[in-house]
Design a binder for this molecule. Structure first.
Ligand code: HEC
Length: 165
C-alpha cells in the first residue's frame, strides 16, 4: 500500500516537472524574443503601434483588416497564430522562406537561421489559434473594400500642419 502511494506521488511529481519543462521550452522563449526584436507586433498585432507593450500577449499576432496599398496591390498583415496553427512546421518554414508582398520585411525572415525560424513557429504555436483570418490580398488596380494605408511618396510641405487647418 505504502509502496503504491509512493509510486503515485513520484508519478505526480514527475508529471509536474515535465509540465514545467514544457512551459519553459527554450525554443518558445527564443521565438518570443525574436518576435520582439523583429518588430513583428507592429503590423501583425492590432493596436500595437499605438499601445505597445500594454497589448496583452494573449491578444497579439492575430493580424488586421487595415491594408497596405502600393504598386503590389493591397496586402494585409496575416493572422500569424491561425496560420501557424493550421500549418505543419515544414510547410510554415517553406512559406516563410518563399516571401511575398511588401511591406512585410521578408528579408528579416529569410536572414534567420532555420533554428530561429523554427523558434518563431514554436512561439506562434504556443500562443495558439485566435481571431479571424486577415482579408485576402488585392491585385493592383482592383477596388479596395477595407480601410488601407497608401504607400505613395508625398511632396515636401512648407506650412505647419496645425497652421494649415
Ligand atoms: C511592416 C509591417 C509588417 C511587419 C513589421 C511584419 N510583417 Fe509579416 N506580414 C505583413 C504583411 C502585409 C503580410 C502579408 C504579405 C503578403 O500578402 O504577401 C505579412 C505576412 C507574413 C507571413 C505570411 C503569413 C501567411 O499567412 O502567409 C508571415 C509568416 C509573417 N508575415 C511573419 C512575420 C514575422 C515573424 C515578423 C517579424 C520578424 C513580421 N511578419 C513582421 C506585414 C508585416
Amino acid at each position: 500500500m505504502h509502496k503504491n502511494r509512493a509510486i503515485l506521488l513520484t508519478t505526480a511529481l514527475l508529471a509536474g516537472l515535465i509540465g514545467q519543462a514544457g512551459a519553459a521550452d527554450p525554443a518558445v522563449e527564443r521565438g518570443r524574443y525574436l518576435v520582439a526584436v523583429g518588430g513583428c507586433n507592429d503590423c501583425h498585432t492590432p493596436g500595437f503601434a499605438q499601445h505597445g507593450e500594454a497589448v496583452p500577449e494573449a491578444d497579439r499576432l492575430v493580424g488586421g483588416v487595415v491594408g497596405f496599398s502600393g504598386p503590389w496591390g493591397v496586402s494585409y498583415p496575416a493572422n500569424l497564430r491561425l496560420q501557424a496553427s493550421a500549418s505543419a512546421e515544414a510547410e510554415w518554414m517553406r512559406r516563410a522562406r518563399a516571401g511575398g508582398r511588401p511591406p512585410m520585411p521578408w528579408s528579416a525572415l529569410q536572414a534567420m537561421t532555420d533554428e530561429d525560424l523554427r523558434a518563431v513557429y514554436r512561439y506562434l504555436r504556443q500562443l495558439g489559434p485566435a481571431g479571424v483570418a486577415a482579408p485576402t490580398a488585392i491585385a493592383p488596380g482592383e477596388p479596395i473594400p477595407t480601410p488601407h494605408f497608401v504607400f505613395v511618396p508625398q511632396p515636401p510641405t512648407t506650412t505647419k500642419l496645425s497652421a494649415a487647418r
